[in-house]
Design a protein around this ligand. Structure first.
Ligand code: PLP
Length: 466
């Protein structure tokens, strides 16, 4: 399997190069040349596998330049850090299924991808005796998961930008208490979109990127999407074994990375995945896209689900590529139009196609709180505010469309957002011991203005150069 750019400006490259490139050198996003489709027999063959075995089989469809034994080992060590062998347990609560994606070291779904990516980077670098400096922006959870993915690894330094004062207390605590000397937290005086813009601009400075061997860890990295495809397949197959032949996933969405992995899984599995519910908070640019066919930039609203407080979804371009019939030219034009006018509009045919892939609902903060409290009363189960947005969207879907088996992705442990949870259920969620232990530790971070130049010079001073 070779990899291409959505904008058509790179010649096909192997998986390892795609991982190292991060953002494509033509400014586009990297995708496989074609999306595999599994036959019914092939699907049947995957049904009884453990999570790790399944991960190996699914990833092998997309990776042909890593020795199978090495890939197996990378998967093993990546998911050993999870507190359950199932990695992503699926449970039924009320009239929905909950796919718990928060059993990794930082208690959010991003660990599933970033534990793997950290080990993958380290493996690829050691193969050719090289080094890299990772640069990423986070709205909260990516940063800690990325840092935990590479902390202490040789030949990797990591620089993580987060919006100063706009991530939850627990998120900030997780990120800034890591003492390893290869980890650097930059608290930017601005929004997540500012952080993301700085990262994009820095990657687009190709000589800077080459000099410091910048690597991406944001959801623009294809390896992250790939690792996330696995749990969609895992959950759908689990229910298939129970005789449920058609499922819908509800996905709390920010950067469109997680739900794009769902889209790839849907292409892989065909009818087993009937659809994807794209759930947003007040930052509903993607809901407007699905329901009205307009993708228009707004201003970021701060909410109780901060990891979804995003207006420009960096992975959306990947979906655009398929919506435009894999036409690179049209992707380029649309992205230029968006840069200039802050808006892309779609034809009726395109809107219909998007609505075949996705249903979408925006759940406001008051409703999110009500969902956490109602769900807790009904089931005794505590949803984090992101998961609650997905559950709220699932409930709306059930009301409008009737019967469906819906798997709601539980993207974070409720203890990461104790303030919102406490508002809903009048008590704080239990804090795992590992989190409690962070409270007394010294914090390491640097406050910087939202300036590309300032961030670049900070990197220059602290980067690995050999
Ligand atoms: C990152 C994150 C999301 C959004 O995922 P995307 O891939 O950016 O769409 C949702 N919930 C939580 C808890 C997250 O950390």
């Amino acid at each position: 399997m070779k990899y291409i750019s959505t904008r058509g400006g790179i010649s096909p490259i192997p998986f390892s190069n795609a991982v190292m490139m991060g953002l494509a050198s033509d400014g586009g996003l990297i995708l496989p040349e074609s999306l595999p489709v599994l036959s019914n027999d092939e699907i049947k063959d995957l049904e009884d596998l453990s999570y790790n075995e399944l991960a190996f089989r699914i990833m092998s469809l997309f990776i042909d330049d890593i020795e199978p034994e090495d890939l197996k080992r990378l998967i093993e060590i990546s998911y050993k850090t999870f507190d359950t062998k199932e990695v992503t347990p699926l449970i039924k609560k009320d009239n929905v299924y909950i796919l718990e994606l928060f059993h990794g070291p930082t208690l959010a779904f991003k660990d599933v991808a970033l534990q793997f990516l950290g080990n993958l980077f380290s493996y690829l670098l050691s193969k050719d005796n090289s080094f890299m400096n990772i640069l990423g922006a986070t709205s909260g959870d990516t940063g800690s998961a990325a840092i935990y993915g590479v902390k202490g690894k040789k030949n990797i330094n990591i620089f993580i930008l987060h919006p100063h004062g706009r991530v939850s207390r627990m998120q900030a605590l997780q990120m800034t208490t890591v003492q390893d000397k290869n980890c650097f937290n930059l608290a930017i005086e601005g929004t997540f979109d500012d952080c993301q813009a700085i990262v994009k601009a820095t990657f687009n400075d190709l000589s800077f990127k080459e000099r410091y061997r910048l690597g991406a860890i944001n959801s623009i990295n294809w390896a992250r999407v790939l690792a996330q495809v696995v749990y969609y397949v895992y959950a759908a197959l689990k229910l298939k074994k129970e005789g449920i032949m058609e499922v819908v996933f509800s996905v709390p969405t920010g950067n469109f990375g997680d739900i794009f992995a769902g889209y790839v899984a849907k292409r892989l599995l065909g009818d087993l995945i009937r659809g994807l519910i794209l759930a947003t908070n007040e930052n509903d640019i993607l809901t407007q896209f699905v329901n009205k066919g307009v993708y228009r930039r707004g201003t970021v609203v701060q909410t109780i689900s901060p990891s979804m407080d995003i207006q420009i979804a960096s992975n959306f371009e990947r979906y655009l590529f398929y919506l435009y019939g894999q036409n690179h030219q049209r992707v380029r034009e649309a992205m230029e139009e968006f840069d200039k006018k802050g808006e892309i509009t779609f034809s009726d045919d395109e809107i219909r196609e998007a609505q075949r892939d996705f249903s979408s609902y925006s759940i406001n903060q008051k409703d999110t709180i009500d969902i956490i409290s109602g769900f807790y009363k009904e089931t005794g189960y505590i949803l984090d505010p992101h998961t609650a947005v997905g559950v709220g969207a699932a409930k709306k879907f059930l009301k409008e469309r009737g019967n469906a088996q819906i798997i709601c992705l539980a993207t974070a442990h409720p203890c990461k957002f104790p303030e919102a949870v406490e508002r809903a259920i009048k008590k704080k969620p239990d804090m795992p011991d590992a989190m409690k232990a962070l409270e007394g530790l010294p914090r390491r971070f640097e406050v910087l203005p939202p300036s590309i130049e300032r961030v670049k010079s900070y990197i220059e001073e602290h980067a690995l150069t050999s």
